[in-house]
Write a protein of this length. Structure first.
Ligand SMILES: Nc1ncnc2c1ncn2[C@@H]1O[C@H](COP(=O)(O)OP(=O)(O)OP(=O)(O)O)[C@@H](O)[C@H]1O
Ligand SMILES: [Mg+2]
Lengths: 285, 303
């Protein structure tokens, strides 16, 4: 336990160095995300209608909402993987026109290359950025240690459990020292116990790394546990219907959150909103 | 046969498990940090047991394989002995014919010749197939340009173009190579282009989010991701290529194993014909095994 905490502290130093070199995301507002009246249509109809939101640099925002309300679409636009049909998305003040090196994505199904070892998967973004060998090695090693994967460098993804795969996916995102981390249901594919451990570890990590994080989840508990702020979306058309600040101080642990006086109220509030949406939709049909 | 084999080791299992378990309490009794030691010992015991089980299973499978080989060979021998020699021969006769062909019938030369034509034709067909398959799979424009012809040719039985090829290129080695290459080409084009097209869309999205250049996309994603399909195409190509080789040799009557077979059959030397077939089968099996070994070396992550 102590060893792990030490490892984390170690990473923090190494992880924040490159960030500091980039003038520090939190200080310079390099990680601020803004969506200005974003619209998105698909052949099936309008998916996002007039979505405007701002995420401050270093903020941890969770997005919850019914299936198909456009959460993934919104995240992909922030990642530069999709374009808004109207409006714009900016990161650190500049309009997103495509994938950006300041932004790292953690995928629901891990997105690890089966033919690369854990080490090589994590090293890939740095390798592509032509980072020098020594620096690459130290950054990869630190990132792997940060997520608790030290000693598994040479394994292939097929040899890892689901939880470990997502740790590797997270390490790959962290190794690139981004200002913004975008996570689309990153823990949905692992079982409940592992999920809680991953949540704890993510809380501990982000407390030191201070990236801007946008985290999509279907779990209200997860959103409250992790987020500084929760955006609740509704479907058809997809839009943000609630913007809730979580009044639980950071750093936190899962049990602190569960026993916090505000916890039950928040849960009810979000659940009430989601249920209302579901009832409205059921009435439509 | 199988029942006793699988039940006998069963009492062995607990016995094997008991040994490390027996040392376990000793370890904990010895001192404080025994807990870690015991867990390691239990892990080791489990691993050891799994290894034993795997070894046992492997032994069972090998026994089944050998048993089935014995049964087939015995049946062959029995049937051959009770059949007219023009129609079928017992193994002993076939082996004798094999020996005769080897020493006096020019079998080594035929094998050498066939193998060389095969390897050259096979490799050129496979390489062309992989390159075309990858381009067609990766680029819609390439697919639009040549997809139709590929499909038409793939649907054509290659045997049909053999006479044409010999009109165009004569009855020489070149024609043989071409025939083999064509037999290998189309299955590998289809398999490889399918492989490229079915690459995990998630991984392509990861590649995009990492802003990979086209070069890097090929290097880190497209080529390694298609290796299992290339291997499948290569294995399939061995079978198809051998068919092509035979057809080429029988058709051009030049030399090699096909010619040997043809000669033997035309002169009603059934034993020799069977001997050549045994040689071919063995070659086919060996070549496929070679492909598997190469695949394991090149792509250890793909089973
Ligand atoms: N490429 C596409 N073409 C057509 N329709 C699409 C496309 N991508 C998404 N959609 C539609 O847009 C809507 C929103 O999709 P999106 O994946 O963003 O939802 P989501 O909120 O992430 O849902 P979930 O919670 O199930 O992941 C869905 O109705 C989906 O069918
Ligand atoms: Mg989604």
């Amino acid at each position: 336990m102590a060893e792990q905490a030490g490892a984390r502290a170690g990473v923090t130093a190494a992880g924040s160095e490159p960030a500091a070199g980039a003038a520090g995301p939190a200080a310079a507002g390099g990680g601020r995300i803004e969506c200005e009246s974003v619209y998105k249509w698909f052949p099936g109809g309008i998916v996002l209608e007039d979505v405007s939101l701002a995420v401050d640099s270093g903020q941890f925002v969770c997005i919850v909402g019914p299936s198909g309300c456009g959460k993934t679409t919104l995240l992909r636009m922030m990642a530069g993987l999709a374009e808004p049909d109207h409006g714009r998305v900016t990161i650190g003040g500049s309009t997103v026109t495509g994938p950006d090196p300041r932004v790292a994505v953690v995928f629901q199904h891990f997105g690890l290359f089966p033919w690369k070892s854990v080490y090589r998967n994590v090293a890939l973004p740095l390798q592509l950025a032509k980072v020098a060998r020594d620096e690459l090695d130290s950054r990869v090693t630190e990132a792997l240690r940060a997520v608790g994967l030290a000693g598994h460098e040479r394994k292939f993804p097929a040899q890892l459990s689901g939880g470990m795969k997502q740790r590797a996916g997270l390490a790959r995102a962290l190794a690139a020292a981004p200002d913004v981390l975008l996570m689309d249901e990153p823990f949905a594919a692992v079982d409940a116990q592992v999920r809680e451990v991953l949540q704890e570890d993510l809380l501990a990590l982000r407390d030191r790394l201070r990236q801007t994080i946008v985290f999509i989840t279907h779990s209200i508990d997860e959103a409250i546990t992790l987020g500084d702020r929760i955006l609740v979306m509704d479907a058809r058309p997809g839009r943000v219907v609630r913007d809730i600040t979580v009044p639980i101080e950071q750093p936190r642990t899962i049990s602190q959150v569960r026993h916090h006086p505000a916890y039950a109220g928040l849960r009810d509030e979000i659940w009430g909103q989601l249920r209302q949406s579901a009832i409205d939709r059921a009435g439509d049909q | 046969m199988i029942d006793p084999a699988s039940t006998t080791p069963a009492p062995l299992g607990p016995a094997a498990g008991a040994r490390p378990a027996g040392t376990g309490p000793g370890g904990t009794g010895a001192g404080g940090p025994g807990a870690a030691g015991t867990r390691e010992q239990i892990d080791a015991a489990i691993a050891e047991r799994r290894r034993r089980r795997e070894r046992r299973e492997r032994r069972v499978y090998r026994a089944i394989r050998i048993g089935s080989l014995v049964v087939v060979l015995a049946a062959w021998q029995w049937y051959g002995m009770h059949s007219i020699s023009i129609i079928f021969d017992p193994i002993t006769t076939v082996l004798a014919a094999l020996g005769h062909l080897w020493t006096q019938g020019g079998l080594p030369g035929a094998i050498w010749y066939s193998l060389w034509t095969f390897v050259l034709g096979y490799l050129s067909g496979l390489i062309a197939g992989v390159v075309i398959g990858m381009c067609v799979g990766a680029y819609q424009k390439a697919e639009a340009a040549v997809g139709l012809y590929l499909q038409a040719l793939y649907a054509t039985p290659m045997v049909a173009v053999v006479p044409l090829l010999s009109i165009w290129f004569g009855f020489g080695v070149l024609t043989q190579e071409l025939i083999i290459a064509l037999f290998v080409l189309f299955p590998s084009v289809v398999t490889v282009s399918y492989g490229v097209r079915n690459l995990d869309a998630d991984l392509l999205e990861v590649a995009r989010s990492l802003r990979m250049s086209r070069m890097n996309l090929w290097r880190h994603v497209l080529i390694p991701g298609t290796v299992p399909y290339i291997a499948a195409g290569a294995a399939q190509g061995v079978a198809m290529g051998l068919v092509g080789m035979f057809i080429a040799e029988i058709f051009t009557q030049l030399s090699g194993l096909g010619n040997l077979l043809q000669t033997a059959a035309q002169t009603y030397h059934t034993d020799q014909a069977l001997a050549v077939i045994v040689v071919i089968m063995t070659l086919g099996v060996l070549l496929r095994a070679l492909i598997t070994v190469v695949q394991r070396k090149v792509a250890p992550w793909a089973k």
